[in-house]
Structures are given as structure tokens and as C-alpha cells.
Ligand binder design. Structure first.
Ligand code: PBG
Ligand code: ZN
Length: 322
């Protein structure tokens, strides 16, 4: 006679049983692929801090997008690498500027691919901040006015979703009002609602050609705050966000879980450039098995509460399966 205890190993006995008992599944409908598009560039340009990621030349965007769609990717998030920067980032609301052109080119090349426009100014400003700088300070209310302008231009160019990432107060309300005033009541907003002032964005800033000196701590959140993330999420929901987001992902699974408990909105998580680089470089050094770590991290982000995951690994997953 053995003492009675739970034999949880019974359901781990074979590959088939393990597959059947798996509680979380990830598929391509869960993934959003972030891409970088540079104007005036001749050929694909590797990003040294993100092995496997290239800046796509604007003139080869059609070709790249067709390949992405053919691989089974459902949605892309566009980041422009601008050669027309100014103090306010005005090229981003120029109807013939890079932001408008890249959206149009994507929609022309693959009409069924969901095109999400990252809505911010840091790739279009000479100082690299996410908005209008006045007296050394990013001016909130002037910035949200410009965010509205940029969102309308993105909408007119054919974007399927607007994703404001500037972390300005009131940005969702301002963008919703601007879109509605342009008759775009049906266009959804995915709010970067809890975006932390993370050290994990370093490789992105190189990839996107951001000129930032200093930091974004007056607008992005303190990484050590959780309650504040819930307030940000509540506020964006109240202002009309259709999807919430937590960014970065893996170091913030507790936040993801808590936002999941608090809101009924779909929830996205952004596995950022630094998370990507940590996995890539560790794998290149032979320390970890990249394919397995990618699937474990993506699966864990989903398990913690994300419905959607933005990841630079999306193309690998589309090609190799899960
Ligand atoms: C800019 C923006 C950033 C990212 C997405 N949009 C960087 C930042 O705030 O400096 C980060 C993405 C990544 O690191 O992969 N608003
Ligand atoms: Zn920004």
C-alpha cells in the first residue's frame, strides 16, 4: 500500500498525451511582425544589434511584403527610418511622406495583410524624442494634436490599425477624436498602454535610426511600477482604446497578468528588440537552443495573458512552425 498522493506524471507519459494536455497554443493569428523601412536605401541593410533583422529599402518593400504575406504572417507593424527629420517630425503627417508611402505600398502589395501604423515621432524628429520639445521638455498637448494628424494621414493611406506609442497623456482620446472627425469611426486603436522606460529598447534605437540623447523617463513608465500600469490601462480603455499593450514582454509578465485580470479588452505584448537580442546572441554563443527558447518565451507570454504578441521572431515561426 502506498500513501495516496497525486500522480501528475500520468498525463506526461507520452508525446501524444503531453500535446493533448497542453493548455496554451500559439499560432500565426497571435503574431504581429514589426518591420523597419528606410527611404533612399539601395539594398537590405542588416541591423548589427539584431542579427537576422534587416532594414528594408523602401524601393524593395513590395517584394518584402509579398514574401511576408506568403509565409503566412497576418499582421505587420511598420517603423519608418526617415531621411526627412525635423523638430516636430512633420514628415510623419505629410501625405507624401515616408509614413504614408510605406502604408500604401504595403496595402498595394498585400491587401489582406493587416497593416498597423506605429504612431509616434521619435523616428521623424531630429532630437529623437517622441513629441514636440519646448524649453527642453516634451510638450504633452501639442504632441497629442500632432499624433491626431499623423493618425489621420496613416488612415487615409490605408492603415488597418493605429498604434500610438508616444506615452503622452490623452493620446488615445485625441487620436480617436481626430479619426472620427475624418469619418474613420471603424478604424481600431491598439494602445501601447503600459510602455516602460526600459533598457531593452537599445537595439531598436539603432535599427530605427533614432537620434535620442538622454532618455524618455518623463513620459515612459518606471519599470518598477505595477499599479501605475493598471491606471494607464484603465485610462486608455476609458479613452476608447480597442486593444491594450504591455511592453516589453518577458520582464513584465506580472503586469500582463494583472491587466488581463482587470480588462476585457484584447491584450497585446511586445517582445522588444533587447529581448530578441538577448536570445539571438546567447544562441550564437552556443549557450542556449534558440528555437526552443523562442517557443518557450512566446508561449509564456501567451500563457501570462497576451492575445497578441509583437515579435521579431514572427517570420522564423511562420517558416518553421511552432
Ligand atoms: C518608439 C518605439 C520604441 C519601440 C517601439 N516604438 C522605442 C523607444 O521607445 O525608444 C521599441 C521596440 C523595440 O525595442 O523592439 N516610440
Ligand atoms: Zn516614440
Amino acid at each position: 500500500m502506498t500513501a495516496r498522493f497525486a500522480r501528475l506524471r500520468r498525463l506526461r507519459a507520452s508525446p501524444a498525451l503531453r500535446d493533448m494536455m497542453q493548455e496554451t497554443q500559439v499560432d500565426l493569428n497571435d503574431l504581429i511582425y514589426p518591420i523597419f523601412i528606410e527611404e533612399g536605401l539601395e539594398d537590405f541593410a542588416p541591423v548589427d544589434s539584431m542579427p537576422g533583422v534587416n532594414r528594408i529599402p523602401e524601393k524593395k518593400l513590395e517584394q518584402a511584403i509579398k514574401e511576408i504575406a506568403r509565409a503566412g504572417i497576418r499582421a505587420v507593424m511598420l517603423f519608418g527610418v526617415s531621411h526627412h527629420k525635423d523638430e516636430d517630425g512633420s514628415d510623419s503627417w505629410n501625405p507624401n511622406g515616408l509614413l504614408a508611402r510605406m502604408i500604401k505600398r504595403c496595402k498595394d502589395a498585400a491587401p489582406d495583410l493587416v497593416v498597423i501604423s506605429d504612431t509616434c515621432f521619435c523616428e521623424y524628429t531630429t532630437h529623437g524624442h517622441c513629441g514636440v520639445v519646448e524649453h527642453g521638455h516634451v510638450h504633452n498637448d501639442h504632441t497629442i494634436e500632432n499624433l491626431g494628424r499623423q493618425a489621420v494621414i496613416a488612415a487615409r493611406a490605408g492603415a488597418d490599425m493605429i498604434a500610438p506609442s508616444a506615452m503622452m497623456d490623452g493620446q488615445i482620446a485625441a487620436i480617436r477624436a481626430a479619426l472620427d472627425a475624418d469619418g474613420r469611426h471603424e478604424l481600431p486603436i491598439m494602445a501601447y498602454s503600459s510602455k516602460f522606460a526600459s533598457a531593452c529598447y537599445g537595439p531598436f534605437r539603432a535599427a530605427a535610426g533614432s537620434e535620442l540623447k538622454g532618455d524618455r523617463k518623463t513620459y515612459q513608465m518606471n519599470p518598477l511600477n505595477a499599479r501605475e500600469a493598471l491606471r494607464e490601462s484603465n485610462e486608455d480603455e476609458a479613452e476608447g482604446a480597442d486593444i491594450l499593450m504591455v511592453k516589453p514582454a518577458l520582464p513584465y509578465l506580472d503586469i500582463l497578468h494583472q491587466v488581463r485580470q482587470q480588462s476585457l479588452l484584447p491584450l497585446a505584448a511586445y517582445q522588444v528588440s533587447g529581448e530578441y537580442a538577448m536570445i539571438k546572441f546567447a544562441a550564437m554563443a552556443g549557450a542556449i537552443d534558440e528555437a526552443r527558447v523562442v517557443r518557450e518565451t512566446i508561449g509564456s507570454i501567451k500563457r501570462a495573458g497576451a492575445d497578441l504578441i509583437l515579435t521579431y521572431f514572427a517570420m522564423d515561426l511562420a517558416r518553421e512552425g511552432f
